[in-house]
Design a protein around this ligand. Structure first.
Ligand code: ADP
Ligand code: MG
Length: 238
């Protein structure tokens, strides 16, 4: 199964519980929105999925590999776009990708072919020779997504990839990543914006360290707009 499975995950920063017995799974080729307000625990979950942190209990499987017992196999299947941009602004788009491809052990023609493939996939081939610094925010983000795809991962994680972008750039990126899921990539997309979630997406609502809802977005919203359902779910008790 080229998906993600998280079971019984709890994580604390000292006295602060950032994740409380979190369980969900994402099937291969599913676009799963991890929707939660600031402080919900989204980035903490990503840090566990990428093994930056290790949880004392619970289980994570990536593309069928247990992250604790087979970390190399699991991480090899993972592509990641972090919340903080990490391009080298003084390098061109192609140089940024080349550097990263080399880290993944890609070389020669194979490397050039992979880079051309991901540039095409994100529709930024015409930007390849531009320095990252000269790109607008949307194209920088697309470059980071292209970079995350270089090693052809089965699972792609994106932590609030549209923050700070204008509406058109947000829509373009949301479209591109839905396309990746349609082509079979398993996607976990963290956001605090309900309008990025489509009715057919898988939706996991995270709030104050807990999963509050998990299902198809249209089922979670019911007869309300999703934004209203999200506000109702995450409302402070009166
Ligand atoms: P999100 O990404 O959904 O905004 P985070 O995972 O960043 O949420 O944070 C979850 C909770 O854990 C928040 O209450 C946050 O303040 C707290 N937190 C995050 N990182 C740390 C840290 N390094 N030390 C202490 N508390 C932290
Ligand atoms: Mg975060």
């Amino acid at each position: 199964m080229n998906g993600i499975r998280v079971a019984g995950l709890t994580y604390r920063y000292g006295a602060k519980t950032a994740l409380d017995d979190v369980s969900f799974s994402v099937a291969q080729g599913e676009f799963c929105a991890l929707l939660g307000p600031n402080g919900a625990g989204k980035s903490t979950l990503f840090n566990l999925l990428t093994r930056l942190f290790v949880a004392p209990g619970g289980q994570i499987e990536i593309a069928g590999h247990d992250l604790n017992t087979a970390p190399r196999a699991a991480l090899a299947k993972l592509g990641i776009v972090f919340q903080q941009p990490t391009l080298d602004l003084d390098l061109t788009v192609r140089q940024n990708l080349t550097y990263f491809a080399a880290l993944h052990g890609l070389s020669g023609r194979d490397r050039v072919r992979r880079i051309d493939t991901v540039l095409d996939r994100l529709d930024i081939a015409d930007r390849a020779k531009e320095k990252a610094r000269t790109l607008n925010g949307g194209h920088r983000r697309r470059t980071e997504i292209a970079r995350a795809l270089l090693h052809d991962p089965a699972v792609l994680l994106l932590d609030e990839p549209t923050v700070g972008l204008d509406a058109a750039a947000r829509a373009a990126i949301t479209d591109h990543v839905h396309g990746l899921a349609s082509d079979g990539t398993t996607v976990l997309w963290a956001t605090h914006l309900a309008d990025e979630v489509r009715p057919d997406d898988r939706l996991v609502v995270l709030h104050q360290a807990k999963v509050l809802a998990d299902g198809r977005a249209r089922d979670v919203s019911g007869d309300r707009p999703l934004q209203q359902a999200f506000l109702d779910l995450t409302a402070e008790p009166a």
